[in-house]
Design a protein around this ligand. Sequence first.
Ligand code: HEC
Length: 232
Amino acid sequence: MDSFEWNKIAGAVLGTLMFVLVVSFVGEAVFEPAVPAKPGYVVEGVVEQTPTDQTSQAPAEEALPDWGTVLPAADAAAGQKISARCEQCHDLSKGGPDKIGPNLWGVLGRPRASRASFSYSSAMAASHDPWNFDHFFRFIKSPQAVVPGTKMSFAGIPNAKDRISLIAWLRTQSDSPLPVPPPQPAKAASDTHTPTAPQTPGSTPADNGKAPAAQGTKPATQTPAAAPKKPG
Ligand code: HEC
């Protein structure tokens, strides 16, 4: 082999190396984008979703409080303070006017989108299920997530305790406050029970001495139309 032949081989080897370097460099740039640990901007009041939630459309299901347990213990005075945030758009008083949003006197227990004087979005008017504790608790966490297309432009209250206080207060702002269901100690104590497992037959005073076997179901004071519950 003459030197010209060696030059060709060396050239081919160098060329191949260059090619491999370029391909790996480009490949890395294309297939391994650096993911920032935090999203680029933070919108105040918007709940940050965990990465597993980002692909699902529905908001993460939040365990619902046992209203019979949390409401008697709730801080309605704190709830009254929180309700000042709603008064920006809602009149809360009896016989008061509609503002940007409808008057909210007696809203708990009232059918959704039922103020004839207020023009609701079609999203809100799509249901007339009465506002029960569960619905309200979910809605106030993130109005746009729970009623997509609502014209209530309020980010929501992420803190569950604040929402419970608010509900305890708003419940009293009514001619006929929505009854507080009897406590369900089994549910309050543990949400990890499998759905098929019988609940602990600890009878509560509100059961009127009925057979303990009747414990598994929620009291009928709540609307049957309540959103289906996920166990746990
Ligand atoms: C920026 C204005 C604004 C704020 C703040 C606001 N809302 Fe609203 N709210 C609205 C509007 C507008 C509607 C009507 C929504 C529709 O028709 O889609 C509404 C509707 C509602 C409804 C449904 C009423 C019905 O008759 O069915 C409830 C319940 C409600 N708001 C509760 C609250 C509570 C509680 C707060 C405070 C934590 C609050 N809102 C804060 C504007 C607001």
